[in-house]
Design a protein around this ligand. Structure first.
Ligand code: AHR
Length: 485
């Protein structure tokens, strides 16, 4: 961002800004008003952004530069992707026309703060990435289509092996300096491995010591900290551990079930907090606010920035990033609440803009979703678990007749009206039969009304493609499910 525009943005009074952000309605136009975007709000609160990354929208009302760069495979040339208007949303059509007939990768995510803290392909750390020389992969530029304010946009879809980093930053908190971080992510795209992070990390890619990182983490990893249920959770990666609160291991922290998630972590000397909310509506919840875990006071932050990976370049995490910032200083709750109002007013929505019907059925053991393989609509197709995604083949609607309906006309069905252990669970035209009726129980099981047996991931499998069957209820985690809208 040019300095003049930065000054102009900062000149707007704090109370006016926060009030404006709090008052903006749900219309996308409101979110485009100059001087009222996330980083203007942080600046007005005395905690300016020192990094501001987004592939979907301007994070300053006066920003009119590029959001990101794509590189196409056909001729290896690049194109910067900018905005439809100053302070507005991305011009995704520019990407679509540049990438037509070929594939594109996101090669740079520009820093809008004016500090040059751009994110580029992550170099090898202790762990090597899958690209040449041990570098990480770049994200496919078209893999995470959504809309924002009714306009097409793309997120940064991180599959294991994908990562971005900047080890030579400007203005990012170091040592025990205070900072705030937020990321807007896809709440349905995650896994249980390390580590889909965004935020402050070590500069050498090695897990040298605890307390050298401070990032937002989103996912269902239980190797270190974790919360209630099966996840995903918003946690902090502080190095040598993800933390869900002050304790190593479990803290009271709810699983998140929003399609779009605002995830926040902030820290100052011997004090930090986790906050979060639905990025489409409503306010923030305080998930944790307290002292640093043992061994993490004082912090020894090093000020690199990463996205999609752990500090030592662990590349097994998965997630989708739409926007995020890092601030100088510990933001107040009021400032963050105004930022959340600004995010919800921006109008994030799934591609196509209409909310999806039904719920995902998420396995308690696998964290994967019940789906119809290959989006088949053929009667008799046995259902399976697979990575949760945005497809209609993973959306199940509970009807008043106890059916679990997919595509609006097919039902989850015990094959051949079978009631024995091992009966395949399939889809079939809805017909009202008791083999198509299911009790969704408060203990997390789903039982067939006819058989009384539990919906079960075969042989306690957790891999993509594990088929579902009926089995005697036995209290095991492969028979526990949660519905996520
Ligand atoms: O702290 C959790 C992870 O542990 C870090 O991201 C990584 O550097 C280390 O492997």
């Amino acid at each position: 961002m040019p300095l003049g525009k930065l000054r102009k943005a900062l000149a707007v009074g704090a109370s006016a800004l926060i009030a404006a952000a709090g008052l903006v309605g749900s219309g996308a136009g409101a979110a485009q008003a100059a001087g009222s975007q996330s980083c203007d709000i942080y600046a007005a609160g005395g905690t300016p952004c020192v990094a501001a990354h987004s592939t979907t929208r301007a994070l300053y009302g006066a920003y009119n530069g590029s959001l990101y760069q794509v590189r196409r495979s056909s001729d290896n040339t690049t194109r910067d992707i900018g905005l439809l208007s100053e302070g507005g949303v991305v011009n995704a059509a520019a990407q679509d026309s540049f990438c037509a007939g070929t594939t594109c990768l996101i090669s740079i995510i520009y820093d809008q703060s004016g500090r040059g803290n751009h994110l580029t392909q992550a170099p090898p750390g202790y762990w090597k990435g899958p690209a040449a020389g041990g570098w990480d992969n770049l994200a496919n530029a078209t893999a995470a289509p959504i809309t924002i304010g009714g306009q097409k946009a793309y997120g940064v879809r991180v599959e294991p092996g994908t990562g971005y980093r900047n080890n030579n930053t400007n203005g990012v908190a170091k040592g025990d300096q205070p900072e705030g971080i937020y990321a807007v992510v896809d709440g349905t795209h995650y896994n249980q491995w390390c580590c889909f992070d965004y935020g402050n990390a070590q500069t050498d890619g090695q897990a040298d010591a605890p307390a050298i990182m401070e990032t937002v983490y989103f996912g269902a990893n239980k190797q270190w900290g974790y919360g209630d249920g099966a996840g995903p959770w918003i946690m902090a990666d502080l190095e040598w551990g993800l933390f869900s609160g002050v304790n190593a291991g479990h803290n009271t922290l709810p699983s998140i079930n929003h399609r779009f998630v605002t995830a926040m972590v902030k820290g100052e000397p011997n004090h930090w907090a986790i906050r979060g909310g639905n990025a489409q509506s409503g306010g923030l919840t305080n998930y944790f606010d307290g002292r640093r875990p043992n061994g993490y006071n004082p912090m020894k932050k090093e000020g690199a920035i990463l996205l999609g990976i752990g500090g030592d370049n662990s590349v097994s995490g998965r997630g989708t990033f739409f926007e995020g910032v890092m601030t100088s200083g510990y933001p107040t709750a009021d400032t963050e609440n105004a930022v959340q109002a600004n995010i919800t007013a921006a109008g994030y929505a799934p591609s196509g803009g209409t909310p999806q019907q039904g719920s995902q059925i998420v396995g308690g053991q696998s964290n994967r979703c019940v789906e119809v393989p290959n989006s088949s609509t053929t009667n008799g197709t046995q259902v399976q678990i697979w990575d949760c995604g945005s497809g209609a083949n993973q959306r199940w609607t509970s009807t008043s007749g106890k059916q679990l309906q997919v595509y609006g006309n097919k039902c989850l069905d015990a094959s051949g009206q079978g009631t024995a252990n091992g009966t395949q669970v399939i889809i079939w035209d809805c017909n009202g039969g008791t083999n198509q009726q299911w009790n969704v129980n408060s203990n997390g099981t789903i039982t067939g009304v006819q058989s009384g047996r539990c919906l079960d991931a075969n042989a306690a499998g957790t891999a993509n493609g594990t088929k579902l069957i009926l089995w005697s209820c036995n209290g095991q985690a492969n028979q526990r499910w949660s519905l996520r809208s």
